[in-house]
Design a protein around this ligand. Structure first.
Ligand SMILES: C[S@@+](CC[C@H](N)C(=O)[O-])C[C@H]1O[C@@H](n2cnc3c(N)ncnc32)[C@H](O)[C@@H]1O
Length: 202
């Protein structure tokens, strides 16, 4: 629960009645925060590829009495969501894990309504290449987040190629405080940072 690197629902400026999609929803933490903001007229759909996480999120929704959340098993590269049915896509520290990020953004664009938006927290690289000693020293739960991350320029290109406009990618220097604890002593905060990624479909 809460294995993220930011607070996407806080940056998404969600409004009552909106339909929100969370990519890689895990135990549902961000979905529940979003569900409170969109209210009973709105809806939050979480997609995760792990059956255990979907079960956990459904259980958490029942425990919390949430009636406006739904959790679907699926991959963010092949979303189980119809075309143009979502107002806002949020995601917390998941897209960096995907080996096919252009496909993730293509799918995000497909499911968004015209005027829909992305508001994502994710890890980006700040150095061209991770030093080998760090690459070889990250056999823990955060290894995918670190080794799979793209640079701001790469992400901008992928978003543009998918059709997004009004793209902004803002690194959050304060995230270095918790990132450095992911692999103590390895100085990984010199190479990666959490960023707020926003974009819009025309
Ligand atoms: C770092 S956790 C973040 C979970 C949640 N967003 C949070 O902040 O607590 C990553 C989650 O993304 C899911 N995930 C990773 N790659 C995925 C993919 N390609 N498609 C769907 N889910 C994916 C994992 O199963 C896991 O639940």
């Amino acid at each position: 629960m809460g294995l993220g690197c930011g607070n996407p629902q806080a940056i998404a400026a969600l409004k009552s009645g909106e339909v929100v999609l969370d990519l890689g929803s895990g135990g549902g933490f961000d979905c529940f925060l979003a569900a409170k903001q969109v209210g009973d007229q709105g809806k939050v759909i979480g997609v995760d590829m792990t059956p255990e996480m979907i079960s956990k999120a459904r259980l958490n929704a029942a425990k919390g009495g949430f009636t406006n959340t739904e959790f679907r098993l699926g991959e963010i590269e092949n979303l189980p969501i119809p075309n143009e049915t979502v107002n806002v896509i949020i995601s917390n520290c998941v897209i960096n894990l995907s080996p096919n990020k252009p496909q993730v953004f293509k799918e995000a664009y497909r499911v968004l309504n015209s005027g829909g938006r992305l508001a994502i927290s994710d890890i980006v690289t700040t150095a061209a290449e991770l030093p080998t000693e760090i690459k070889n020293n990250i056999e823990d739960m955060y290894s995918g987040c670190i080794s799979g991350a793209s640079s701001i320029t790469e992400l901008e290109t992928m978003l543009k190629q998918s059709g997004f406009i009004d793209i902004s990618i803002e690194p959050k220097d304060e995230s270095k405080e918790f990132i450095k604890d992911w692999v103590p002593g390895a100085n990984i905060d010199k190479y990666i940072v959490s960023a707020v990624i926003k974009a819009r479909k025309q």
